[in-house]
Design a protein around this ligand. Structure first.
Ligand code: HEC
Length: 303
């Protein structure tokens, strides 16, 4: 009986070890997959938002350039936000920031009229890149802007002749501008210089914490699933494999000891059933042989 106990233990253990291995493998595969998928999804989302914001900024500039500026010039009127797309964007950006704190639309310069438009460290780096490579049209970086991790798109702002109207020599700039911004900074532009940057930033979600949260949910579900499979397989193995095999083993032991009067009846249409029928056939053959030997007067079979 001790032998059959070990045999029973080993089949179940083998099944259980396989289930555990598959469980470990599925967790090892799902964790990095979830991380990569989350990363892809987060970047795609931020990129879509970024494109939208860039296009909105372009649209506002287009509106100022084609509708407002010609009108003001024709009328001989002066109004900064109606004449400069950059100023219009700054005003819109201020309102927008009031409603959407996580997004940034900025026009920056290291020689600004408005001190609020001074470059932050990330912007200073990008400005440097545009100045050292004048063919560069656009830069996309991820970094800290307005104290937040953001996906940032930036393009250079190049000075043109029309800009000098407000950014040229302070003595020639409209009084409205110098009255509001003083005469200290934001002037002396030279045509063709990279004077600043237009910057658009959208928040980039914390990939690690989202991936971690998703991984924990996935691991929880996998564990539940494998626990169910584990219980189900153990029950099935015990009912369909181990119990009938114990019964067959018992019969075989009985035959070996000469007890031939216990028929083995296992009506199963599978391999275990075949095995049981073979053992039963063996038992019957032995029983018949013994009967014949007794009739023939022989009490013991000859060796
Ligand atoms: C009608 C006047 C006017 C014209 C023309 C104008 N600007 Fe400005 N610009 C301003 C004002 C006013 C501000 C400050 C806006 C604010 O308060 O944020 C500004 C802001 C800027 C800024 C942000 C940094 C800063 O100085 O605060 C940049 C960069 C800039 N302008 C570049 C240009 C360029 C390049 C042109 C030509 C394509 C141009 N501007 C034409 C009036 C003008």
């Amino acid at each position: 009986m001790a032998e059959t106990q070990t045999a029973r233990g080993s089949i179940t253990r083998r099944f259980n070890l396989s289930i555990l291995a598959v469980y470990a493998l599925s967790i090892a595969i799902s964790a990095p997959t979830i991380y990569l998928y989350t990363r892809h999804e987060v970047y795609q989302q931020s990129n879509t938002q970024l494109r939208m914001l860039v296009d909105i900024v372009k649209s506002i500039k287009g509106y100022v350039g084609t509708d407002l500026r010609p009108y003001f010039l024709k009328q001989g009127l002066f109004h900064t936000a109606g004449m400069s797309g950059i100023v219009a964007i700054s005003r819109v950006a201020e309102n927008f920031k009031g409603m959407q704190q996580n997004y940034s639309i900025r026009n920056v310069s290291d020689n600004p009229l408005n001190a609020k438009n001074s470059p932050q460290p990330l912007e200073r780096d990008v400005l440097q890149r545009f100045r050292s490579d004048r063919d560069l049209r656009e830069v996309r970086v991820e970094g800290l802007l307005d104290g937040q991790q953001m996906l940032v798109r930036s393009a250079p702002i190049v000075s043109k002749k029309g800009c000098l109207r407000c950014h040229g020599e302070p003595s020639k700039v409209p009084a409205e501008v110098t009255a509001e911004y003083g005469r200290g900074s934001g002037y002396h532009y030279k045509v063709g210089d990279v004077v600043g940057l237009e910057v658009v930033g959208v928040p980039i979600a914390d990939i690690d914490s989202i991936a971690m949260q998703r991984s924990l949910i996935a691991i929880g579900l996998l564990t539940l699933l494998f626990a169910l499979v584990f219980v189900a397989i153990n029950l099935l193995v015990r009912r369909n494999l181990i119990s009938p095999m114990l019964q067959i083993t018992e019969t075989a032991h009985a035959i070996a000891k000469g007890r031939l009067d216990q028929p083995l009846n296992m009506p199963r249409d599978d391999e275990i059933g075949d095995l049981a029928r073979s053992v039963e056939l063996l038992r019957r053959s032995f029983a018949q042989l013994m009967k014949r030997m007794r009739k023939g007067g022989m009490t013991k079979p000859r060796a």
